[in-house]
Write a protein that binds this ligand. Structure first.
Ligand SMILES: [Zn+2]
Length: 355
């Protein structure tokens, strides 16, 4: 971790005008796990409210434990943290805290992952999970025009049978949450859990008319990215940074403009890259890929959308034009209806003209 601290401290600071340009830039977030937004302070408050004992004495001690060596070391802590989520109000509070932070970063639309299996395997009913998240998102839409959708994600370290059972349990709720629930995703430990493990359940979700996405090419090989496209038929790749190792795949991703939801601070924190200045985001962008910037699990990885934009802008010396390309790619990659998408793209154009 010390190496990371050094590499961050030697990155030249951003110019003040670029900082304010990033702060005001309208953004869409497409790779965000709602359970990964649980800040230590809220985690402790919920533990107290629900009488859950934590293996950490203080918020500071918990934060100090956020020194990960790989994806699995993070997942172990992430699942332990989720244990404090018990009631509909807990899911509401967590989601509302994310909305407040995202609005401050001028996120105009968010497509949010949630992992019901993390909760149902602890005995929390799936409708409690849906209800708490949805109440916060609907309230934010009505009060602030905050646009959002939810993507139910299967945990890939569990079996496909378990994913099918989760889908069956969730489907009766589909009508009630039709305004929000648009898609299906695949996350958690990638290595050893290839896309084809979920071929049948994804085929079923495709028949049901859901949008499909999957994590691939974060720690897993480029082959997983190809299999996510060809076997699971996903429309976006979450992460996908290891696609760079396969020139033919790079060409295909560029030609087909398949969006990659890249998460820079996550990649640094989980040691996918050891120095932000070596991150391949700019190279992927220059190769014509539809790269987007996202925060993944911001409470654990050190920052929300603006922090991710600032980190790549500083370390990769991105221009305003490149930053706007990243924002535009995200709006174009949303699953919004054409009219809503167009409206956000016009807003982005207006911002660029005024700055
Ligand atoms: Zn993720």
């Amino acid at each position: 971790m010390e190496a990371h601290m050094n590499s961050i401290s030697t990155t030249p600071p951003l110019a003040a005008d670029l900082i304010s340009f990033i702060e005001g830039l309208p953004k869409a977030e497409l790779h965000l796990h709602i359970e990964g937004t649980l800040e230590p302070e809220l985690l402790f408050a919920l533990a107290q409210r629900n009488n859950v004992s934590l293996p950490y004495a203080s918020v500071e001690e918990l934060r100090a434990a956020y020194a990960f060596t790989d994806l699995q070391s993070f997942l172990d802590l992430y699942y332990a943290g989720a244990a404090v989520l018990q009631t509909e109000q807990d899911f509401y509070d967590m989601t509302m805290a994310y909305i407040v932070r995202s609005r401050a970063d001028n996120v105009r639309h968010a497509e949010i992952f949630f992992d019901p299996q993390t909760h149902t395997e602890r005995g929390i009913a799936i409708d409690v999970v849906f209800a708490g998240i949805a109440r916060a998102l609907r309230e934010a839409r009505e009060r602030h025009g905050f646009s959002s959708a939810i993507i139910m994600s299967f945990l890939r370290h569990l079996s496909e049978e378990d994913a099918f059972a989760t889908l069956e349990a969730a489907l009766p709720l589909r009508a009630e949450y039709r305004d929000l629930w648009i898609g299906i995703g695949l996350d958690s430990a990638e290595r050893g859990n290839p896309p084809e493990k979920f071929a049948r359940v994804f085929a079923r979700c495709r028949e049901l008319g859901f949008h499909l996405v999957a994590h691939a090419g974060e720690e897993g090989p480029p082959q997983y990215v190809k299999d996510a496209l060809d076997v699971l038929h996903v429309e976006r790749i979450d992460h996908g940074v290891r696609s760079e190792e396969d020139p033919a795949l790079m060409k295909r991703l560029a030609e087909q403009r398949i969006p990659l939801t890249v998460c820079p601070l996550s990649n640094l924190k989980l040691c996918v890259v050891d120095d932000m200045r070596k991150h391949n985001l700019a190279r992927l962008l220059h190769a014509g890929l539809a790269v987007t910037v996202n925060s993944d699990d911001p409470a654990y990885f050190g920052g929300y959308m603006n922090a991710n934009f600032m980190a790549v802008a500083a370390s990769l010396r991105l221009s305003r034009t490149e930053l706007v390309m990243l924002a535009r790619n995200a709006f174009e990659a949303t699953f919004l209806p054409a009219a809503a998408k167009q409206q956000l793209l016009l807003e982005l154009d207006g911002y660029c003209m005024a700055h």
